[in-house]
Design a protein around this ligand. Structure first.
Ligand code: HEC
Length: 124
């Protein structure tokens, strides 16, 4: 009984606080280690069928991750995401939602420094 009462309190206190620099770094590593970036991009910018995560609100992300843990997807391709949502512990899910809601939206300038060749057949 005591445990049941404590859980919502921990959950609430986690969501009320900002991530500490350590937690932020832990989530950044977890995002990379769990290969989240391979589908959603290093900055949560999204790729193909994997939605953009930047700009989503924390409560929306948390709800979506909880839904996905239960196998509720928005798209047919979304079933691929279920195991990744399940791989996060409930605590990591809360922290990840917070991390993603505040993910750095700035994309480094190098990303745009693509060299275009002047030669080419113009596509013909
Ligand atoms: C294999 C590719 C893939 C990987 C790896 C992956 N995702 Fe996803 N993710 C998806 C797809 C596809 C969806 C769309 C799910 C749906 O249709 O509901 C999604 C949905 C999401 C959503 C909900 C976004 C929305 O707009 O509904 C979040 C949040 C998310 N992923 C976070 C993560 C995190 C955190 C990780 C790493 C633990 C991760 N994803 C790993 C492909 C991936």
């Amino acid at each position: 009984m005591k445990k049941l009462l404590l859980l919502p309190i921990i959950t609430l206190s986690l969501s009320a606080e900002e991530l500490s620099p350590e937690q932020k770094n832990d989530m950044r590593l977890l995002y990379l280690q769990n290969a989240c970036n391979s589908c959603h991009g290093n900055y949560g910018e999204g790729m193909g069928a994997s939605p953009r995560l930047q700009g989503l609100k924390e409560d929306v992300i948390l709800k979506r991750l909880k839904d996905l843990r239960q196998g509720k997807t928005r798209t047919a391709f979304g079933t691929i995401m279920i195991s990744f949502a399940k791989a996060l512990t409930p605590e990591q899910t809360i922290l990840m939602a917070k991390y993603l809601a505040n993910i750095e939206t700035k994309i480094p300038k190098e990303r745009y420094d693509i060299e275009f060749t002047v030669e080419g057949d113009g596509g013909s």
